[in-house]
Structures are given as C-alpha cells and as structure tokens.
Unconditional design. Structure first.
Length: 300
C-alpha cells in the first residue's frame, strides 16, 4: 500500500473514506462583503459550516463561473469505475483540498522479486489550487516509492460545466492501463542495463547541479549531500536488485520522493501535499528522476 496520504483499510469504498474524513459536505457561498457593510454582486466567498457551529472560508473572491458544489460527484465517479479499491484518503485543511488513491488491476512481478502496482491518484480543490484530476502512478512496495507515470488522465477546473465534463472525460481512464504497461516495459529494459562504478558516477553527475571552484560553499555542500543521499539509496537497491540502471533510477526517485519532501518544519499535511505535487507535476518536482530515466533508456 502506498503511504504518502492517510492510509485507510485496503479495498475500502471511496464514499466510506470520504464519510470518515468529513469530506461529504456541501459548500455554501455568499456575496463578498465590503468594509461599509454592502455586498459585491460580482464576486462570492465560498465557505462551509463546521460541526462545532463555526464557519471556514474555502475560497474568497470567486466569480459566478465558479462551481460551488461538493466533491460528491468525483467520489461517486471513482467508486463506480473501480469499486472498493481506495487505499489512501486525505482531506486538507477544512476541506479546501482533497486527494485519494485507488489500486487498479493486478500487480506486476519480476523475476528478481521486485513488484509494481498500478494506482490512480485523484485530486480536487475548492480553493482553486488543484484541478479536479486523476493521475496514474506505480507503487513499489520494496521502497514505498510512488512513481509518476507522467500522464494526466483527466483534468477540469471547477466551472459551471464541471459536472458534465467530469463524466465525459472519465472514459479516458481506460488509458491508464496502457501507460502502466509502457512503464513496466521500461522497467524491464532498465533492469538489463548493467552499470560499472564509472558509469554510475557519470550518470549521477549528469543529474546533479553543476559546481566548480567558483561555486559557493553552500552550493558545493548541497550537491555533495545530494550525491551522498543518492549513493546511499543505490547501495541499498543494488544489494538486492543488482548494479543496474533500474537500481539507479529507483535510488534517485527515492531521494526526490522521500528526502526532498521532508522539510525540517513541515507538518504532516504539508509533507503529504508536497508528495501529491510531485505526482501531479514530476517534471518539476522530480526533475532529476525524469532526466535520469531519459538518459538511461538511451543506453539500451
């Protein structure tokens, strides 16, 4: 089970998870109030009523094009497509954002004992930070990595035609299986590419920041720590799965997915959000991993 959100019982219903998390609420909206007590008829404040009787703002200053509806349709759609397959569910803040994952299909097992599971990650928000979207990713139990498949399966802003388009675009989810198969094929190729210590150093150098004698001490130290972290994970990977391109790919991915998202002062919610963003936009959040994958496949 992937573990970057709040874990729930395996094979859970999305609706049950939403109910347990307090995500089945109906947002309200009022016209924006001005300091003189009058209201603006062009913008609105979206809010929710909390169980203790207080109110929480979800989004302020939205226009009439903003759809102030619940997350219910997304939950229903996901559950209808893949029943009882939810394994993680997190509601952020007072409900400004929500994210959950599902396991789909059977796992892929390799001859060396490695294993990959195909997952979907759904996002939605009422504060306009996350589009309603679903992303494919592979989960690898041996290192708890969630590996983005780099394909956005569905995306839609919260506008007045949001509900209709959500249903219309749901059919593209079938493409997730095709993307997963392509990733598994790449994994098999990378497992066959052996790396010497010299090749290992060369490939690591290609993805790390460039430093020279004119670089600041901080820049040099940062790069050294990054390399140490990658090599630590590589030693762990290669001991079990061999000194190959797959082990290096997983080492870099582990560093970016686990180490870079920690943060000394980050709350658990912030750490979860960082990992969600890595899967949403791997070219930004996991730039070293994405670059390395392209470089290593050229060696095949």
């Amino acid at each position: 089970m992937s573990g970057f959100l709040t874990k729930v019982n395996s094979d859970s219903s999305v609706i049950d998870c939403a109910l347990d998390s307090g995500a089945l609420f109906e947002p309200q909206r009022i016209h924006t109030l001005l300091p003189n007590g009058s209201s603006c008829d062009k913008t609105f404040t979206v809010y929710r009523e909390l169980e203790d009787g207080s109110q929480a703002v979800l989004n302020a200053g939205v226009t009439k094009q903003y759809l102030a509806s619940s997350y219910q349709l997304l939950f229903d759609t996901a559950e209808e497509m893949f029943p009882n397959s939810c394994n993680q569910f997190s509601l952020f803040g007072n409900g400004e954002r929500v994210c959950f994952t599902q396991t789909i299909g059977d796992s892929t097992e390799f001859e060396d004992g490695d294993e990959l599971f195909t997952h979907l990650m759904y996002t939605a928000s009422m504060d306009s930070t996350w589009k309603t979207a679903v992303f494919g990713f592979m989960y690898r139990p041996s290192c708890s990595n969630a590996i983005p498949m780099g394909t956005l399966q569905l995306a839609q802003k919260r506008t007045t035609n949001h509900d209709y388009l959500l249903f219309q675009k749901a059919k593209v989810l079938s493409g997730a299986y095709g993307v997963a198969e392509q990733f598994v094929t790449s994994a098999r190729v990378l497992k066959q590419i052996e790396l010497s210590r010299v090749q290992l150093s060369l490939e690591i150098d290609k993805v790390l920041p460039v430093v020279d004698e004119d670089s600041s001490t901080k820049s040099i130290n940062t790069r050294d720590k990054m390399e140490q972290g990658i090599r630590y994970y590589y030693d762990e990977e290669s001991e079990t799965y061999g000194e190959n391109a797959w082990s290096l790919f997983q080492a870099v991915q582990s560093y970016e997915f686990h180490v870079k998202t920690k943060g000394n002062k980050s709350t658990e919610e912030k750490r979860q959000a960082k990992k969600v963003d890595l899967i949403r936009n791997p070219r930004v959040g996991q730039s070293m991993t994405e670059t390395l994958r392209d470089n290593l496949l050229v060696l095949a």
